[in-house]
Design a protein. Structure first.
Lengths: 217, 217
DNA sequence: ATATCTATTATGTATGCACATAACAGACTG
DNA sequence: CAGTCTGTTATGTGCATACATAATAGATAT
């Protein structure tokens, strides 16, 4: 058999990947079990387990107890993207970051927001809107609804100097959330803020975590 | 000490998560080493290792040999999204999927494409454009450039019955790629195809793998 | 025939041990 | 003083073993 020289989980992982890619184990087929593979590669089952777990994490195979491991019918292409702090995003492009607070107001949120957050309609919410600039060109419009009850100490924060984006990331630990992307046409007010033609297409990121939503361009 | 009842890596993972979220280990601080934590929890170092590795995979801590494990300064919020087959995406919404091939042509690709793919300008490329419908409403416009040299057998495929999206996923194993999202205004031709007003904002997914690119709405 | 119990099987996980490796600190040396 | 050689430390990984658990197939009982 094609014994591998090294018996690291990495090399085994690569070998399994190769066999899957080359259709030696076509989509839908059952892989040998861990014990057999361990015997073939001359290593411990733990090592094969690690390699196969990695494949499962990547969405390439489906593993079930007793049923064994089989190649996914349709390889899921899985994308991981990191959402950075806006300031860093700008600075990474070697541009100068500037930030302006446009509005800060405690008021009732529209039903569209409260329902998405699963909050009582009459909860007072903190509404922040602001602009981020890169080298003085409009970069991003931030529109955020925050439930003050969920973030102690937020009433006292002066968002003129710190962006909400950054303050929340640093001070409001969150454990889960949801995110959606879409495209829409900018209305007149937004277009003006972004110095773009009326009706221009803007990219919208809609986020909801523990306690906040933020439309963005 | 707050001894945990169970010593599964999951429970330890949760406990570590809790301490990080509650700022018991604030951002930037150094965590105890694996051996100490193992002693505290009364388990093997391997188990702690597994729990901490998970934290590192999630981007919450930074681990380096000899340096130890420290909490990331800015918690990276990491999003994982799965790119499904379009047909399944439509069918998951309980809509009927229909597909039409608009164009199939072997020709030279514009420089914009060849340069992104790192291919010679004069390579003949297969250009496919098609529409996907959900319940007869335009759902997605697919515009794809394929390097036939990279996908053996593609010349013979009849894309009237199978969508390129699906055929490629099933028959062209790929090992890596890149993806980008953006928004743009639809031009007249595209707007017509999508039965949308001229200039409407469309969501664009730009993918490049081994050998293909696909703008989309 | 249907329901229930009982292996059987493959993966999941915990443990103790050993050694590998990256990175750094401090001693040694020319 | 610069350069090199040692430890030392914390994580990374491999192994053998054991037991846990999900899921199924087959046997048994009603």
């Amino acid at each position: 058999m094609n014994e591998l020289e090294t018996t690291s989980w990495r090399s085994i992982h690569l070998e399994l990947l190769r066999r899957i890619n080359e259709r030696q184990w076509p989509p839908g087929s059952l892989l040998p079990n861990e014990a057999d593979l361990a015997a073939e590669f001359g290593c411990a089952r733990t090592t094969v387990n690690r390699a196969m777990r990695e494949l499962a994490d990547a969405g390439l195979v489906d593993r079930r107890r007793r049923a064994g491991t089989r190649v996914m019918l349709l390889p899921i292409s899985r994308v991981v993207l990191d959402i950075p702090i806006i300031r860093l995003e700008v600075e990474q492009r070697h541009a100068q970051w500037r930030y302006t607070l446009l509005e800060r107001q405690v008021c009732l949120a529209p039903g569209r927001i409260t329902s998405r957050l699963g909050i009582e309609r009459d909860t007072p919410m903190l509404h922040l809107t602001s602009m981020h600039f890169a080298d003085n060109h409009p970069f991003l419009h931030e529109d955020r609804w925050i439930n003050p009850a969920a973030v102690p100490g937020i009433e006292a924060v002066d968002f003129f100097t710190v962006s909400a984006n950054e303050w929340l990331i640093q001070n409001a630990p969150y454990t889960g959330g949801d995110i959606a992307f879409s495209a829409m046409n900018a209305d007149r007010a937004l277009a003006e803020l972004l110095a773009a033609p009326d009706g221009a297409a803007v990219f919208v990121v809609d986020r909801i975590t523990w306690n906040k939503t933020e439309p963005i361009t």
